[in-house]
Write a protein that binds this ligand. Structure first.
Ligand code: PMP
Length: 305
């Protein structure tokens, strides 16, 4: 990924993709304290626009705040940086990756005395869990790894270190032939995927775990809450057990990368009809209408680059 043309925004400068480097003694590389975002820009009916840019930048700053990192750029500067990266790489639609990290002035667990750095990169990225999965649904395995307890690495921070847990869960599931993992919290209740929030549908009602199960407060999750309201669907946030997923009529993941991905199986048990369900399809269609600028109600969520 490092050897390609393009531009990356680093600490206020646009640098050539190949020159966007850091030192091996970078604090975050050793101890994992950093925060990042996953953001998407879509080629909307009104041109290229970043979806919910303000919300993603706010979460990046909040994640950094939770991790006690003082980011030396304002929200406005970070918004502009993201737009500039999309423009600078001439991308019509793309995934954006902003990251905050602790520098290389000193090592030792205490980060005090180090600078906080920020970068934004962007590249074209299609369906995260595969094009086929978007219509057919994906196969998921309950992970043997628990999701972080809410008082461990802070589950409302999109912290770099939280993703070791995600990597372990995803690798275990994909090594076993599944597409993705479903993690339970430390009490055994459904939390989320390795990089997605999860929803189930039962008797026409949509359910998602409440955030006490350690799931990230996903921006796509919030978009789904709005869509459910628009479609007149009841949405309940509550504790969910894995067997409730087995006997659900439908299930799906939400996330910036995963968008709305139907789940057709959990632990080799077919969910509902074993393919994308009708309510999932309605929510997915409404989602793509919003992100592609076809729903004027949500035009304010699209920041033109
Ligand atoms: N949970 C985790 C662990 C994630 O990494 C993501 C992706 N950011 C999500 C949920 C979904 O969040 P969002 O919809 O804001 O992308």
């Amino acid at each position: 990924m490092a050897d390609r043309d393009g531009k990356i925004w680093m600490d206020g400068q646009m640098v050539d993709w190949r020159d966007a480097k850091i030192h091996v003694l970078t604090h975050t590389l050793h101890y994992g304290c950093g925060a990042f975002e996953g953001v998407r820009a879509y080629n909307t009916v009104n041109g290229t626009a970043i979806f919910r840019l303000e919300d993603h930048t706010e979460r990046l700053l909040n994640s950094s705040k939770i991790l006690r990192m003082k980011v030396p750029f304002s929200k406005e500067e970070l918004n502009e940086a993201q737009k500039a990266v999309v423009r600078g790489n001439k991308l019509e639609s793309c995934y954006l990756r902003p990251l905050t990290w602790i520098g290389d002035k000193k090592l030792g667990v205490s980060p005090k005395g180090n600078d906080i750095h920020v970068m934004v990169a962007a590249w074209a990225w299609g369906a995260y869990l595969g094009e086929e999965g978007m219509t057919r649904g994906i196969r998921v395995k309950t992970s043997s790894y628990a999701r972080h307890h809410v008082n461990i690495t802070m589950t409302q921070a999109k912290a770099v270190s939280n993703y070791t847990n995600s990597i372990l869960a995803n690798t275990e599931a994909t090594d076993d032939g599944y597409d993705e993992a479903l993690l339970l919290d430390t009490s055994g209740f459904v939390s989320e995927g390795s990089g997605e929030n999860v929803f189930i549908v039962k008797d026409g009602v949509v359910y998602t775990p409440d955030l006490s199960a350690g799931a990230l407060k996903g921006i796509t999750r919030d978009t789904v809450l709005h869509i459910c309201q628009d479609l007149g669907l009841e949405l309940v946030q509550k504790r969910i057990t894995r067997d409730e997923v087995y006997i659900a009529d439908e299930a799906f993941f939400s996330g910036t990368a995963a968008e709305i991905t139907p789940i057709r199986e959990l632990d080799r048990i077919e969910i509902g009809s074993g393919s994308r369900g009708p309510i999932t399809e309605k929510i997915q269609t409404a989602f793509f209408d919003i992100v592609n600028g076809r729903n004027p109600k949500y035009a304010h969520w699209l920041s033109k680059v």
